[in-house]
Design a protein around this ligand. Structure first.
Ligand SMILES: *[C@@H]1O[C@H](CO)[C@@H](O)[C@H](O)[C@H]1NC(C)=O
Ligand SMILES: *[C@@H]1O[C@H](CO)[C@@H](O)[C@H](O)[C@H]1NC(C)=O
Ligand SMILES: *[C@@H]1O[C@H](CO)[C@@H](O)[C@H](O)[C@H]1NC(C)=O
Ligand SMILES: *[C@@H]1O[C@H](CO)[C@@H](O)[C@H](O)[C@H]1NC(C)=O
Ligand SMILES: *[C@@H]1O[C@H](CO)[C@@H](O)[C@H](O)[C@H]1NC(C)=O
Ligand SMILES: *[C@@H]1O[C@H](CO)[C@@H](O)[C@H](O)[C@H]1NC(C)=O
Ligand SMILES: [Cu+2]
Length: 869
């Protein structure tokens, strides 16, 4: 193993980076683990239940033992990670998801569990060039057949690698800091501060953010902009300073890097010397400085509104959960639904094998990519674009805060992943809970009765905090068989510098004012951008042979015999037109919602002879989810073509086209690993296995109400899958709970004595013995006493269907306001400076450290790579 020596050398070199990374991540996750720690959170534990998934989770992430065996095998059998390269860095190690056919054989036909394979991503550089290469290894050891192969079958580029424009992020960081230092006279004069190499968190210092202006075949052009660090509030992205410098990085080798022009107040200077010369002129106009302050703080500690000191209403679940969670397999069942939960470092949560009544509806439902694309008049915002899986939307699923991110009664699941030879765990990264809506699912008042049913639903939630932005993603299940995917965004917007003369009496409004945003501070305006967040829904409606039918409701003129003579000629009316979509295509939400997209099973009909189907419709939120406004984006190249329409229906090739995107598309946008345009190639899609890709998001034109943070109630968008003749009737009837109040006069009372509405009393009985912690033990008793009560209640005309609360409920304050103090302590007890560093690491985009944290042009560590240095 001559090669292994150099492997170990490069891996130990890697360890240097990994150590600091590990430290950051571990501190970050332990800080959150406190949030999720099972201790002290009584309602999170349900020892009385022994629920088991029907099968092993074929999508479960590699566990520690599998990973260790894999590392050992790589050590003993490969020379791959040395290959005479200057540097190597084994970045990502995770499950290579099994092929759909193998899973179907296992889950549906009693076949063997699919082989376990791993996917590796490795940075390999040599001379001027650096590549991020992917490999598949499997079957996982122990096995006599383990092999390692370039991973190409699921990339329609046919490649297993992308060029990385940078092989040494430290050199790049060092260089950027050098530029800042050499220009400290300029920055002190224009911005009142300078970069501080020795303390990148210096609240009085400057930090440097960047965006790639071009990435092509290993060449990269960057624009740098100075920012204030925003230490108190993490409001860095609101603190651009309006001084920019261009970098040219023609190869991965630092000796080839050069600085280009400097840009200030709308003027491009050839170099720093020219800018210095200009600054000497008495006519040189100095702009207002964009300073940090209380305005970027997320909360207002000074407010004395008395109502704020009184807690709001909250949800409780005193008799324990009604869903079942198998933690070993990450399998959930609830009210007829069941599914497996799986995670990936790039794409966060996916749900697999979603079934209703044991019949599969969706094979996979999960995030593919999250695009944010900006525009603007200055070099940073114009062309600023993020493909956030590149930064790891899975590994940035940080711990949720119990009681606030999710209700106090939610349960939590961790997110574990492997990088650089280590396993990391983000505690409590996913929450599962049932929730009752404020509005009923059903109600009706008739002459003689009133019925109302509760709308209770199940939520699987995670939050990916990628730099300045927090994406909250919910998968929601409803009693009628509907499924919703909902996205909400919060966090700090990216502001654009607003160029305003420092001493002008009246703020001038130039022609670009309000073309790209709105003023929110003397030196900042908002920056318009589109969020387009892509999801994959692999429908299997009564089997894999499906057809997408477009059912249009249209106006119609038609004569009916029976209309004459009153209606002279045709009547103006409407009707439906049903038309299968025959070829792969992109679709948009129609105007006036006049078209319905139905995933049908042509061969399966319900009891009434109608094709069983699920309808795809834009859901709840601020209008329809959007697609990208920009046509043929200069920055994106071919890396995110799925963003150009609202949804897509394609023939599913689940093994060779398992996704619409690849997280490394960001590094080679002109020649991406997975090019979506190639997937939409007019294949026939009638009666085939179909996959639907749909987008959430919106056109985000932030206003002063996005400061300091974007708010989630109005940043939401969603898509709903709704059963459409799929069942013979509304299946929620079997599950929902509510009450029927009989308003008929009781027979034994005199004739004609009408019962007034307000005479009807809903009787609630309580027993005094119950204590909160005993509640679970009473479940069976409840069921029995429920039957008795139902009987009893019939007499007074009130019939409860489904469970009801009959015992006193003890609600501990802990259930409503979980004690988070020990998390904070752990955080503070971390290594010296831990809190500050973690905060930086967690905060958005940070300077220096953030690039240094992970080895490689492969990614930018915490925060958006390439964004802040
Ligand atoms: C999945 O199928 C493809 C194409 O048939 C094959 O190349 C690949 O090895 C399979 N992947 C796994 C993990 O078995
Ligand atoms: C590998 O092969 C040897 C020799 O045929 C056999 O004894 C052993 O059980 C095999 N191991 C595995 C994991 O299949
Ligand atoms: C900073 O200035 C020094 C001295 O002129 C020069 O050698 C160095 O290359 C400069 N650094 C950068 C990053 O421009
Ligand atoms: C700066 O730019 C000017 C104008 O293009 C040029 O004449 C000068 O040589 C440049 N100076 C340096 C140090 O590159
Ligand atoms: C559930 O499945 C069973 C067995 O296949 C079937 O009899 C029943 O009608 C199904 N119920 C619904 C609501 O689909
Ligand atoms: C976008 O690119 C396509 C394919 O090259 C081209 O047909 C189309 O005209 C372009 N649209 C615009 C608005 O540039
Ligand atoms: Cu936004």
């Amino acid at each position: 193993m001559a090669s292994w020596r150099s492997v170990s050398v490069s891996i130990s070199a890697l360890v240097v980076f990994v150590v600091s990374l590990a430290y950051l991540l571990i501190s970050a996750s332990s800080s959150t683990s406190a949030l999720g720690g099972q201790q002290d959170l009584g309602p999170l534990k349900h020892p009385h239940r022994h629920f088991q998934a029907p099968a092993e989770n074929p999508w479960a992430e590699l566990d520690d033992a599998e990973a260790s065996q894999l590392y050992l095998w790589l050590h003993e059998n490969t020379n791959l990670f040395d290959s005479a390269s200057d540097t190597n860095a084994l970045n990502l190690v995770e499950l290579l998801r099994p092929n759909k056919s193998d899973v179907a054989d296992y889950l549906d036909h009693g076949g063997p569990p699919p082989e376990r394979w791993a996917r590796l991503s490795n940075l390999e550089s040599k001379g001027d060039e650096a590549f991020v290469k992917e490999y598949m290894v499997g079957p996982l050891p122990p096995s006599n057949h383990t092999q390692i192969l370039p991973l190409t079958y699921c990339h329609n580029s046919g490649r297993n690698s992308v060029r990385s424009p940078i092989s040494d992020v430290f050199a790049l960081l060092d260089w950027a800091l050098g530029i800042g230092e050499n220009a400290s006279d300029i920055t002190l004069d224009l911005l009142g501060a300078k970069t501080n190499r020795h303390d990148l968190d210096d609240p009085d210092g400057l930090v440097i953010g960047s965006r790639p202006a071009l990435i092509d075949s290993g060449r990269m052009v960057h624009w740098l902009e100075f920012f204030r660090p925003g230490m108190k509030s993490d409001g860095r992205s609101l603190l651009p300073q309006g001084l920019y410098v261009k970098l040219d990085i023609p190869t991965a080798r630092p000796e080839t890097w050069t600085t280009g022009g400097w840009f200030y107040n709308g003027i491009l200077y050839d170099n720093d010397t020219m800018l210095r010369e200009a600054m000497k002129s008495p006519d040189f106009e100095r702009l207002v400085v964009n300073e940090d302050g209380g305005w970027t703080d997320t909360e207002d500690p000074a407010s004395v509104a008395p109502e704020r000191d009184m807690p709001p209403p909250l949800s409780i679940q005193p008799y324990g959960p009604r869903y079942h969670l198998d933690r070993a397999e990450n399998y959930v069942s609830w009210m007829g639904f069941s599914f497996y939960v799986a995670t990936s470092q790039a794409t966060a949560v996916s749900l697999f094998d979603i079934r209703y009544n044991d019949t599969r509806i969706i094979y996979q439902l999960g995030l593919q990519e999250a695009l944010a694309h900006y525009a603007g008049v200055e070099p940073m915002q114009s062309g600023l674009e993020f493909l956030d899986t590149f930064f790891g939307m899975g590994k940035m699923m940080f711990s949720l805060v119990p009681g606030l991110d999710c209700p106090g009664h939610a349960e939590y699941v961790d997110m574990s992943y492997h990088r650089g030879g280590k396993m990391y765990t983000n505690k409590n990264a996913i929450c599962v809970f049932e929730y009752t809506s404020d509005a009923p699912l059903q109600r009706h008042t008739s002459a003689f009765s009133a019925t109302v049913s509760r709308n209770t639903y199940l939520v699987v939630r995670s939050v990916s905090t990628v730099g300045n932005y927090d994406y909250t993603i919910d998968y929601i299940f409803y009693l009628d068989g509907s499924i919703e995917v909902k996205l909400r965004a919060s966090g700090y917007i990216f502001g654009a510098f607003h160029a305003e003369p420092r001493h002008s009496a009246v703020p001038p409004r130039d022609s670009s004012t309000n073309e790209y945003g709105y003023r929110i501070h003397p030196g900042v305006q908002t920056s318009m951008h589109d969020h387009v967040v892509n999801f994959r829904a692999d429908f299997d409606i009564c089997g894999t042979a499906n057809t997408l039918v477009r059912t249009t409701v249209e106006p119609l003129k038609r004569e009916y015999d029976w209309d004459e003579p009153e209606v002279d000629g045709p009547r103006n009316t409407m009707h439906m037109v049903h038309e299968p979509i025959t070829r792969e295509t992109g679709l948009n939400w129609p105007k006036n919602a006049r078209e319905m997209y139905l995933v049908t099973s042509p061969s399966a009909t319900n009891k009434w002879g109608e094709s069983r189907a699920y309808r795809i419709l834009p859901g709840t939120g601020m209008g329809n989810p959007a697609h990208l406004t920009i046509v043929n984006s200069t920055t994106l190249g071919n890396s995110a073509a799925w963003s150009s329409a609202d949804l897509w229906v394609l023939r599913n090739h689940p093994d060779t086209e398992p996704s619409s995107a690849h997280e490394n598309n960001y590094l080679e946008p002109l020649a991406p690993l997975v090019d979506f345009t190639k997937m939409v190639d007019s294949e026939d899609i009638e009666g085939e296995d179909l996959v639907v890709y749909f987008n959430l998001g919106g056109h985000h034109v932030p206003t002063s109400q996005d400061v300091p943070n974007t708010l989630m109630h109005t940043s939401a968008s969603s898509v709903v899958f709704m059963p459409f003749n799929y069942f013979d009737e509304d299946v929620s009837r079997a599950w929902r709970q509510g009450v029927r109040v009989d308003r008929r006069p009781p027979a034994r009372e005199g004739v004609g004595s009408a019962v007034e509405k307000d005479e009807v009393k809903i009787k609630t009985k309580r027993t005094a013995d119950a204590q909160g912690e005993e509640n679970n033990r009473h479940r069976d008793e409840d069921a029995q006493s429920e039957k008795d009560k139902r009987h009893e209640d019939e007499d007074d005309g009130v019939t409860w269907f489904g469970g009801r609360y009959t015992r006193d409920v003890l609600v501990s304050p802990q259930m409503l306001t979980p004690d988070l103090s020990h998390y904070m302590r752990e955080r503070d007890e971390g290594e010296a400076g831990g809190w500050k560093t973690v905060r930086n690491a967690v905060g958005g985009g940070l300077v220096g450290l953030f690039v240094g944290k992970e080895r490689a042009g492969e990614e930018g560590g915490r925060g958006r790579g390439g964004m802040d240095w």
